[in-house]
Design a protein around this ligand. Structure first.
Ligand SMILES: C[S@@+](CC[C@H](N)C(=O)[O-])C[C@H]1O[C@@H](n2cnc3c(N)ncnc32)[C@H](O)[C@@H]1O
Length: 348
């Protein structure tokens, strides 16, 4: 009964008797309503809904309709589907019994959520990390990066009363250019980054330097639990604009600081989107007033900005600010107990 390679879902459905067509049309509308952003196509010669990967398929046979919500869809709804025959990834709905459209809708919504979450994890692991892993070995070859680190170190020294008693966290350290400048002023620095490639280059530099006050740490504050350690200073250079979850990161920084504590963010002033290549999905720099409001919302006080460097790129110069914010000794702003995101509850 099922024909081979119809060119679209209309043609597929048109190939069945009227009573089966009516069921298939209702099934298609049910799936569409539950996954309005999904694309309709034919895959494996059967109707397919696609959203960041295959979502569900269906097919009609002489006595039943097969619904393919992938094995995770079957597993998740195994109790509800126990009345039906099926196999791994497939369930059969007999044509002589009512089709459970509400259940189908629920399964499709589950699959949408699952595909979107997987795509997000892939985006984070695949684009952010690979981009920097690939650049790690040559990162220090660009003289402007060393010059930028020196300029930002000088700006931090101007703004924060650094002492040899202070422990610091650099977040998004790359190869550690900034921390190598600041380490003589501080007791100890933890250098955190999500890129294994950057951290490998950094580890080599630390070993070659013989310094014993620098420690690399693989850390992504968007997905990892917060470290137990607390710091007197956190600084970050050209990293925040790569991370979409600014509020989450600022709250994490606030929690990771002792009292008193200083946060220094060196990053791009708001720009027109020309700094990165097309497809970049981070921030096109930051508006100072908006970032100040976010810092205050996270609990910081005494927020101030100064200009600290201009990055040369493609014949243009992109200004960087240094934002300094304090976690005051006497503030009673509550410590963050979690991300505010459902999936990472242990972020205390
Ligand atoms: C533009 S580079 C800057 C590196 C270094 N701060 C410098 O100025 O040379 C951005 C760095 O942020 C890191 N990064 C990006 N997203 C991150 C995240 N979610 N958590 C930790 N590090 C991240 C990248 O791996 C990269 O090393």
């Amino acid at each position: 009964m099922m024909r081979t390679a119809p060119k679209n879902i209309d043609v597929y459905i048109a190939g069945f008797p009227d009573d089966v067509q009516a069921i298939l049309k209702k099934l298609r509308l049910t799936i569409r309503a539950a996954a309005p952003d999904a694309e309709e196509k034919i895959s494996y010669q059967i109707p397919t809904f696609y959203l960041k990967g295959n979502l569900v398929h269906f097919a009609a046979f002489k006595n039943h309709i097969s619904f393919f919500p992938t094995s995770s869809g079957i597993e998740k709804f195994q109790n509800e589907l126990s009345a039906y025959e099926g196999a791994k990834g497939t369930v059969r709905f007999p044509l002589d019994k009512p089709i459970p459209f509400d259940l189908i809708s629920e399964i499709v919504r589950f699959r949408v959520k699952e595909n979107l979450e997987r795509a997000e994890v892939k985006r984070k692991m695949g684009t952010t990390m690979n981009e920097f892993d690939a650049k790690a070995n040559d990162w220090d070859d660009q003289p402007f990066r060393r010059e930028r680190a020196q300029a930002v170190a000088a700006a931090i020294r101007r703004e924060v009363p650094l002492t040899k008693q202070m422990t610091a966290l650099e977040y998004g350290c790359g190869t550690g250019l900034l921390s190598f400048c600041l380490q003589p002023d501080l007791k100890h620095i933890t250098l955190a980054d999500s890129s294994a490639g950057m951290l490998a280059v950094l580890a080599g530099k630390i070993a070659a330097s013989g310094l014993d006050n620098l420690n690399p740490l693989k850390l992504d504050l968007v997905t990892d639990p917060l470290p137990a350690e607390r710091y007197s200073l956190i600084y970050t250079l050209m990293t925040l604009h790569h991370i979409r979850e600014t509020d989450l990161i600022l709250r994490s920084f606030f929690t990771l600081l002792g009292r008193p504590g200083w946060l220094c963010i060196a990053d791009l002033e708001k720009e027109d989107g020309s700094f990165h290549d097309p497809g970049f999905d981070g921030h096109h720099g930051f508006d100072r007033a908006a970032l100040a409001a976010q810092l205050e919302q996270a609990g910081f006080t005494s927020v101030r900005f100064s200009a600290c460097y201009e990055v040369p790129k493609r014949g243009r110069h992109y200004p960087l600010f240094l934002a300094v914010a304090e976690k005051a000794t006497n503030s009673h702003f509550p410590e963050s107990q979690g991300h505010g995101l459902p999936d990472h509850a242990n972020h205390a």
